[in-house]
Design a protein around this ligand. Sequence first.
Ligand code: CP
Length: 360
Amino acid sequence: MRSLISILELSVEELDQLISTAKDIIAHPENYWDKCAHKKLATLFYEPSTRTRLSFEAAMLELGGTVLGFSEAGSSSAAKGESVADTAKMISCYADIAAMRHPKEGAPYVAAQAASIPFINAGDGGHNHPTQTLADLLTISREMGRLDNLTIGLCGDLKYGRTVHSLIEAMSRYTGIKFVLISPKELQIPGFVRFNVLERHSIPYTEVTSLEEAMPQLDVLYMTRIQRERFDDPWDYERLKDSYILDTPKMALAKEKMCVLHPLPRVNEISVQVDNDPRAAYFRQALNGKYMRMALILKLLEEAKENPVKDEIDTTDLEYDRVCHNPKCISQTEQELPQISRVTDKAANIHRCIYCEKRT
Ligand code: CP
């Protein structure tokens, strides 16, 4: 049995298989109507969501299963101080599979370690969002007809935008991928993506500040919202919030065959006039998320049936004597958690927290 906490836990073959299952669900939905009969999905959302929570719930209902859960921490016993680990143990008594969104980075990882059912990371702080990446991959595959040999522009808040981190991790494993990272200097991608993924695997990337200059070379433009809720200083958000606005004149600079993605919600970084452009794929992307979550639920439940024993964690290069100083890490609020780091680069002596991946 396994959970899905990071997109890197799925091989490229598994990603391709999930995409293939999702396409089969789209073509033959009636074949899947009772695949999850008598199974329950718990949605544990400690942070707001429209697409992720409701598409998970729609996915389980369309598979013939049922759903239970909460949509804000205040209506769960987290409000009384219950830990993530204890909550995960409780949910294991009531559901067969769970999806968790949490503002603390690493919370779904902690839940998966404590649970006896598969847990899915539905977004943890500014860290990862692997099921959004599943939606993104199906969308790129359907819009462009391939997942290789693409120039992908990622624009906006690359520091806090968790969907960007997971998408770079996933796409870096396909051949012929180049990234153009478009952001203000203050919102560039964090070290765990830059060094662990791009630099380590020698993936070609450039960093620019101008969206206009980048537009003509892109096959995929991935716009993101500036993540107001992750800023420590509200004035920084005010200063940066309108850094990029995709509008009709900028779309005129783009290739005829390309697509615009956005995990949504948007604030004002894509003008509504762009919605009518056939290259605007972001609402189709949200629908694709439901099909990929159906495929993922099927896969994880099937694996749990075949092997109900939880996969062991990889203990290679773990260290227990270093403290994580990221205030957004789950280890900062759940005091009983051991501080654990992993050596990710021996030559450079780099250690990263196992929960949030920040350097310790
Ligand atoms: N894309 C995404 O995660 O949207 P929600 O916050 O509405 O779930």
